[in-house]
Every structure is written in C-alpha cells, then in structure tokens.
Design a protein around this ligand. Sequence first.
Ligand code: IPD
Length: 276
Amino acid sequence: MADWTECMNFGMAIAREAREVILEAFRTKKDVMLKSSPADLVTETDQRVEKMLISSIRHRYPTHKFIGEESVAAGEKLELTDAPTWIIDPIDGTVNFVHRFPFVAISIAFAVNKQTEFGIVYSCVEDKMYQAQRGRGAFVNDVPLHTSGQEDITKSLVVTEIGAERDDLALCTMTANIMSLLRIPIQGIRAVGTAAVDMVLVATGGADAYYHIGMHCWDIAASALIVQEAGGVVLDLDGSTFDMMSRKVIAASSMAVAKRIAQTVRAFPCTRDDED
Ligand code: IPD
C-alpha cells in the first residue's frame, strides 16, 4: 500500500496558510456573487483560496489532478480518474462565511484509483484540524476520534442541511424528511451550515448521524473517510454503497442507525456531480 503521509502533511500545512486568508477576510464585508441559486454563494476569498491551494499543490506535485469547487463553477470539467486527485472545497460554508456565522471549513480529500486515501477538514474559526488516512484512524488536532456507537435511532441526535435548493419539490422533500425523523422520534435535529463539519461531528460522537441531499463531492469526500476511520458507517441515501458523486449521503455511528435513516428519508432529483 502506497504511503501518502507526505502529501497529507503538505495538505495540512497549506490548509493552515489558507486559514489565515479566510480569517482575515471573515470579519470584513464581502462582495457576494450568486451561482446556481440565490442561496448558492461565492466570494473573492473562495476563489482566491482555491487558486492558492491548487497552485501550491501543483508546484509540489505537477502530475496530480484536481477537482475544485470554484474551478468547476468556472467551467472546468469535473472528472475523477484513477490518477492522484485532490478534491478541494476552499470554503465549505460560504453562506456562514458571508454572514460571519462562525463555522467555515477547508475540505481537502485525496483520491487514487478513485479511492480516498486521506481527508482533511479544517474548521477554521474553531481551529480544529480533522484528518484521517485510510486504515490509520481519524484525529482532531492529533486526538483520536471515535463515533458514539449509538445503535438506537430514538436516542440519536441527527445533523442535516437545508442546502441551496429552493424549488418546491426540494423544499417539501427536505421538510418532510425532517418531520418523518422527528416523528420516530429522534432526540433532536441540527444544522451547522457546512456539510464537512456536519459530517465530522459524527466522527467525534457529538452527533449520531448526518444525512444530506444536494451537496457535492468536494463538501463530503474528506469527511466521509474521517467518519469511516472513526468507526462510523457511510452510505448512499437509499442505504446502498456510498458514492461521492451521487450528491446523497448518510453517515452514522452504526449500521442500524444508518439503515433506519435510509428507510425514513426520501431524495429529490439532483444531477450527479460527474454527469455533464
Ligand atoms: C455548501 C455547504 C452547505 C450545504 C450545501 C453545500 P459551500 O457548501 O456545505 O452546508 O448545505 O449543500 O453546497 O457552497 O459553502 O461550499
């Protein structure tokens, strides 16, 4: 098995540099641009941080490929091949960033042969560096992470997101899903505003499950590995095998909780990330 530790350490080092840029911009007023909907935002800082991360990595690893949220938004083809590929969200939680709601993260996953080898989620304001390497456990600021192990949905705290979709079908599906879970009943439902942080909360044991429809591969590729390495389960929304391109995910502390969520929630249609 190849050892990607050097790449991972490099990824964490450049994430620390990028955090400085994000924190400096965090307190100031931003010029906001819209992408796919009035709730899908981008700022000059998202674009600047992504360029900064990609140019540093490209300089060090000239043959590696990239999937970056803002590069794709600018028209670059989203393609995951077998080549070593960095999957980057420069600011996960851009709406939070714009409002100064203090949860924003840099998410960096690294895949080879389409398999995630390491994942980094840096929650910038909290200064929490989550990371995992395949087969080597998950950590936050070097402290090992373990999911809660909760098997009972009625004792579970569940995290989800109302994403950028604002059409009636998406809104009805998302609210109906929340009602169906609350009726089971689960113990509570939360949303942090960054898919990457939502998901790593399952790895910490602070939440027992997370599900989401409509997010993208760069939001969850890194945190999926962190949850798995912390002992959790990651599935597609219908309970099938996790597919980072499908834009649907469940992460949970146990298979029992994951399957119960899969039986309870429904998806609304969204185009796969790797579909033209
Ligand atoms: C978004 C955040 C948000 C989620 C959206 C994502 P971005 O990512 O993770 O919590 O609900 O689906 O697109 O645009 O801030 O990188």
